[in-house]
Design a protein around this ligand. Structure first.
Ligand SMILES: Cc1cc2nc3c(=O)[nH]c(=O)nc-3n(C[C@H](O)[C@H](O)[C@H](O)COP(=O)(O)OP(=O)(O)OC[C@H]3O[C@@H](n4cnc5c(N)ncnc54)[C@H](O)[C@@H]3O)c2cc1C
Length: 123
């Protein structure tokens, strides 16, 4: 994974606050229970929240094979995945100076289908 941004991922607003290294990205992903997946289904654009986790270089999500999200993603549609952690509210004397401390990542790519076999254990 490159530590340099592409034209698509380069932060343009307050760029001095951006980090592109793998360790920072993994810390943000590993601290997350959920992500928001944005995709275009050919007619309209959706943004769906779902549980996520990381193993190695792969981001995993779980979903029913009968659901629209999983059916589309298994076809390899392009997605944008957003993960956000709100760490603090910065309250100022004037409303315009209020702010938020946060860590966030926006990840671009495609998902692949991983089928898990259900194992029925006898006790
Ligand atoms: C909790 C929270 C609150 C925010 N509140 C505000 C607000 O009130 N007003 C405001 O203007 N902005 C806010 N932001 C920042 C906002 O997400 C955008 O980064 C910002 O508006 C710049 O948008 P842009 O379209 O110009 O991005 P660009 O700089 O054009 O984005 C270029 C690329 O940078 C990456 N990127 C952009 N934003 C983020 C991000 N937040 N995290 C990770 N990667 C990113 C993406 O890959 C994107 O394609 C907030 C973010 C968070 C997480």
């Amino acid at each position: 994974m490159s530590s340099y941004p592409s034209d698509r991922t380069r932060i343009r607003r307050s760029p001095e606050r951006a980090k592109y290294d793998q360790e920072t990205l993994y810390q943000i992903i590993d601290a997350a229970y959920l992500c928001h997946i944005a995709f275009y289904d050919g007619t309209s654009t959706h943004c769906i929240p779902t549980a996520c986790w990381r193993s190695g270089e792969h981001l995993y999500i779980h979903g029913s094979t009968g659901g629209r999200l999983m059916k589309l993603l298994s076809k390899g549609v392009e997605v944008s995945v957003a993960i956000t952690h709100l760490d603090g509210l910065v309250l100022a004397r004037s409303a315009f100076n209020h702010s938020m401390n946060y860590r966030s990542a926006v990840i671009y790519g495609q998902f692949e289908q991983v089928l898990l076999r259900r194992i029925n254990r006898r006790h």
